[in-house]
Design a protein around this ligand. Sequence first.
Ligand SMILES: Cc1cc2nc3c(=O)[nH]c(=O)nc-3n(C[C@H](O)[C@H](O)[C@H](O)COP(=O)(O)OP(=O)(O)OC[C@H]3O[C@@H](n4cnc5c(N)ncnc54)[C@H](O)[C@@H]3O)c2cc1C
Length: 404
Amino acid sequence: MIDITASRTVGLARLATFTPNMGHNYAHKRNFDYGLEANLAQETWRDNVSKLSPFIRHRLITETELITLAIEAHGAQATEKFVTEILWRAYFKGWLEQRPEVWADYVHTRDVQFKLLKADGGRRNIYEKAIAGETGIDAFDHWAKQLKSHGYLHNHARMWFASIWIFTLDLPWQLGADFFLQYLLDGDAASNSLSWRWVGGLHTKRKTYLATQDNIVQFTDGRFKPVGLATTANPLTENKNYKLRPLKIPPQPPAASAFALLVHEEDCRPESLQLPQKPSLIIGVSGPDGKSPRGVSDQVRAFANQAVDDAITRAADHFQCDKIMWKKGEKLQDILKRAKIERLLSPWLPVGALRDAIGKEMRGNNVRWVMRDYDAALWPLATKGFFAVKKKAPDALRAIGIKL
Ligand SMILES: Cc1cc2nc3c(=O)[nH]c(=O)nc-3n(C[C@H](O)[C@H](O)[C@H](O)COP(=O)(O)OP(=O)(O)OC[C@H]3O[C@@H](n4cnc5c(N)ncnc54)[C@H](O)[C@@H]3O)c2cc1C
């Protein structure tokens, strides 16, 4: 497994190692899950997916950097698959940002499902076995354990896992999504909850994903042969049609009096934000435990906290100013008062647990949002399905200076 120290330096080193495999190898091998124990030193083609997601999700590395580097290294045609996968992330982010109720409903139903679980011994037993990796379904049990030990699963494994959770074990998808958010180093409100909805047939209405033995045998290189899998996947239903609330892109904040820059775990690359002038103070904040009522694993907590620490250290150095952490229970207003600063700038805080936790307090503090060009160009395109985003993405990316 790769080094998962949450720093930009470590992320860039992983990026450099993976760059030779971003083109042809990724396009042809990305669906194989060879396992984390695969011998990458001798068979570098088995290094078929980047495993960069914890770094990308916390924006220790930005999508703009990734796409630019991929195209420089291999050309647009050879990296089409890799770039497409990066665009999936923007699609999910934009889709959820424009339908925040989907997240709010997920949070509400997840909590209801945890309460129901207490009263239903039979289902609780299945749930406990699933998260312990003791169902008797070999692949599923392996992934449950890998998720807890390494905080990472291959994309195909996530799809199979979610499908088995929903259609074979008949467990509520919200509890599976919560299990992922407790343990995934890249746990993200948009990519996670919308992918679970997609597997269950709620995202693309009535289109489900069924995990089959043959497919798992083939794409795990024969490492697993799971038995007892569901043979049908009837779509989940909900009696709600989520309304699109078109995204309002915030205007660039004007140059004015001194301001503090908030650096949060959703965007740990403050040096590349478009700011009107240098900040006078960097305030760091992270709150990974809000992702689940059960809290997150030590690894997930450490990754988010280290990522913010790494980011504020870089930012203070880059902007030559002081840095401070906004600690739990402390009022943001008090920090600003002590520093004699009235204005606060913050990179956009997307829909998710951190916005639920600190969004309200920030709004009362003269805050201006800074949205990256990449998000402003792509997120509004996520009005329906992914393929509309993919079609319009080349023009949108060219318009912000990414050469395709
Ligand atoms: C049920 C389920 C839950 C998921 N939960 C998350 C999550 O919480 N956070 C998360 O970042 N991704 C999530 N994904 C998407 C995807 O599985 C991971 O991004 C990917 O496996 C990360 O591994 P990688 O970095 O090696 O990917 P690579 O294949 O190397 O891809 C490069 C980057 O592109 C992006 N990407 C690739 N595939 C997808 C995808 N299908 N959707 C969105 N972005 C993608 C990621 O940022 C990834 O790091 C989920 C998928 C499923 C099916």
